[in-house]
Write a protein that binds this ligand. Structure first.
Ligand code: ZN
Length: 243
């Protein structure tokens, strides 16, 4: 099975279309949450995910868009964007986001999908080997995809014990084996690793490979739509730099 794994699309329809247009034929699309927030086209992004029958989980920004009180913990720009999203999404989008599960293990696969981490599905940033170590112990599958940090990375058990963290350059391939591993595909709609191109993973479950991909998209078009929407200027600018 060939699967496209997308995370943190953040209402960036231009980036999502570029990914869907570049990924080739796939048997499934998985997403890791934060479908909305920050960007200008939440309804369009949810519609496209419905079109491709994506299977996925809920992120903190999806939760915020549905009315979670946790919006109070967001920084000022994220909160402004979350309030904008709440005010502008249609009822179909709201019900789609509200119905997303916090954690799933797609049938027939060796993967758990979650936005943050297995122990705190919506909120924990899985960005240290220690957090990865503790979370891998909780997994009921050998392999796990997470998002939330917007940075492509792999945490994998070492043969001799311990845990290794590996940053992932574009076009990197990881061969899956019996070791427990956490993979982060990076972000489609707001990359934060210094590369502004949309980031995602193509998973080949038969061959046992995950491949990280980057695709350029029309960043200026997304930024123009954000300005028209009145979204915070800092959120507009950061897309240019992948930060
Ligand atoms: Zn996010």
């Amino acid at each position: 099975m060939r699967v496209a794994v997308l995370s943190d699309i953040h209402s960036n329809l231009e980036a999502l279309e570029a990914v869907l247009g570049s990924m080739g034929t796939v048997d499934a699309v998985w997403h890791l949450g934060d479908v909305v927030g920050y960007g200008p086209e939440p309804d369009g992004v949810v519609q496209r995910l419905r079109d491709v029958a994506a299977v996925g989980v809920k992120g903190n920004h999806d939760d915020a868009a549905c009315g979670s009180a946790a919006i109070a913990s967001f920084n000022v720009d994220a909160r402004a964007a979350a309030e904008w999203t709440r005010a502008h999404i249609g009822e179909e989008t709201r019900s789609y986001l509200a119905a997303l599960p916090e954690l799933i293990a797609p049938a027939g696969s060796s993967f758990t999908l979650v936005h943050g981490s297995p122990r705190h599905p919506i909120w924990e940033y899985l960005d240290t080997v220690w957090a990865a170590h503790e979370n891998l112990a909780l997994l009921e599958t050998p392999h796990c995809f997470v998002g939330h940090t917007h940075v492509p990375i792999v945490f994998r058990q070492r043969r001799g014990g311990g845990m290794a963290a590996t940053a992932v350059p574009p076009e990197s391939r990881l061969r899956l084996d019996d070791r427990r591993v956490v993979l982060n595909p990076g972000s489609v709609g707001q990359p934060r690793d210094g590369n502004p191109a949309a980031s995602y993973v193509i998973l080949d479950t038969d061959a046992g490979f995950a491949t990280w991909r980057r695709v350029a998209y029309d960043i200026g078009a997304t930024q123009a739509a954000m300005i028209v929407a009145g979204l915070p200027p800092r959120l507009v600018r950061r897309l240019s730099f992948g930060q």
